[in-house]
Design a protein around this ligand. Sequence first.
Ligand SMILES: O=P(O)(O)O[C@H]1[C@H](O)[C@@H](OP(=O)(O)O)[C@H](OP(=O)(O)O)[C@@H](OP(=O)(O)O)[C@H]1O
Ligand SMILES: Nc1ncnc2c1ncn2[C@@H]1O[C@H](COP(=O)(O)OP(=O)(O)O)[C@@H](O)[C@H]1O
Length: 509
Amino acid sequence: MGQSTSYSPGSGRAEAASQRKCAAARPKQCRRMRIRGAPEPPVLLLRRAVRDSAAVAAAPVLRLRLQEETAGERRRSGAGPGRGHDSEEPELEAGGGPPLSFAGPIPRLIVTREPSPSREEEEEAEAAAGPDLLAAGLEEGGEESPCSDSGCGGSPLPTFFLRKLSSSSSAGLSSASSFDESEDDFTGSDVELNGGQQLPPMLRSPEDNCGSKSWKKLKTMVHWSPFIVSFKKRYPWIQLAGHAGNFQAGDYGKILKRYCECEQQCLELLNKDSLHPYVPSYFGVVEKDGESYNQMEDLLSEFESPSIMDCKMGIRTYLEEELVKAREKPKLRRDMYEKMIAVDPSAPTEEEHKQRAILKPRYMQWRETLSSTATLGFRIEGIKKADGTCNTNFKKTKHKEQVQHALEDFVNENQTILKSYVTRLKELRTALEHSEFFTSHEVVGSSLLFVHDKTGLAKVWMIDFGKTVPLPGTQTLNHRVPWVEGNREDGYLWGLDNLISIFTDVIQD
Ligand SMILES: O=P(O)(O)O[C@H]1[C@H](O)[C@@H](OP(=O)(O)O)[C@H](OP(=O)(O)O)[C@@H](OP(=O)(O)O)[C@H]1O
Ligand SMILES: Nc1ncnc2c1ncn2[C@@H]1O[C@H](COP(=O)(O)OP(=O)(O)O)[C@@H](O)[C@H]1O
């Protein structure tokens, strides 16, 4: 890492990167797997799960132009803001053919919400009352997040091993697709460079049987990112979710995450906030091999063979401004359609099947209601255990009992670890309730990273602030009240209440 150069935020390079905002691809994926007999690879990239949703309202007819530039080319050129598919991307057209139209109405979203325990109820370890109904209506589907990490550029890593392990990968699509493809889900090297290791049948999940052949092939391959960790204490660095190629080793005990202006601003503020003990320490912008990165604390560095879990927090996984943008300039996503049918071929509407593409909010909402996001305010994205097993097939992990089961498995029913996690989560909740930053930000798509090891050390941190944005003026959020479009509530604390309650129940059980 000797070549890294630090820049203070606002230096020329950082500014240039800032113009670009977060332009990194986000390949992610995970499978249930056990790696035996091989030297422990430096970095394990694991794909995240897909989640369900049902979306809303009638979308306008979309006319799409031909996409002339591949996702990778856009990334390399740094075109457009956002870590995802930004609004400055060229509109997409069918390959030379007539413009495609999209007239698919997005069904109205009715999300049933499981009861959130009050603090008192929780202390009494009692479950709350019956389900509450949250109805959210969207007028149109749309797409893309302002600082989506999924758009943040190509992988700066050598590619001989690099691949995304996304269970949502869109194998079989070509970069010449006329649809807006997710960069992370659409990396040619993914297909070409993988050895295609087939998982033994007992390690496959029911979801492995969904989708196309090419899909299954991608899902059953495991690749290690060539993240050469040159720390004194050599340990494998694991990326459990998120966009592949977003991370590199940093200085000792630090990692580099592809630059995202939104995340930089959050990390700077958070490092001065009462939440500081619960977020990675931030060390500024670093330039390496022509790319900019946010350098932050490697949360795994103090652990021996850590077990890791990523839980995405909140009732909603897209920003309100993404909906607005989607209405103004809706884009069809073939990659998201592919991800959807890989999980449930009957999920798309007739129109969506015809188009072989869906709008991003539609996809995101489908993921939310398929998993526990909509009903519990959080969802498990992935779990990697110290024994090498890894699972990111939590797309359909929706009910409390399913989550409990996953948590028990994660900690191997170790009561001491469970108690440490509950203590840490409660401390975090108190810190959140008193945090100036938290009150004044919409926190979307952020995760809690759980890490423990056999020594009994167990901690939880907040990570991923690519879609955490300041509220206008003096607006504040409660983070517990239901979201209706316009109030910007994210359900973060509601989800945390539920998470604490479920952890507590596991201990009692
Ligand atoms: O997990 P799967 O089912 O693959 O879906 C992913 C996640 O929802 C990502 O959210 P997060 O990064 O919070 O996990 C989202 O990135 P955004 O952060 O950009 O919304 C991706 O959007 P695209 O990057 O547009 O593909 C979307 O394809
Ligand atoms: N500071 C960190 N220390 C250790 N691991 C991290 C850290 N930040 C992220 N990770 C790992 O990378 C994964 C993806 O992180 P995230 O910030 O969500 O990336 P993305 O923005 O690409 O979604 C996490 O699930 C975790 O495994």
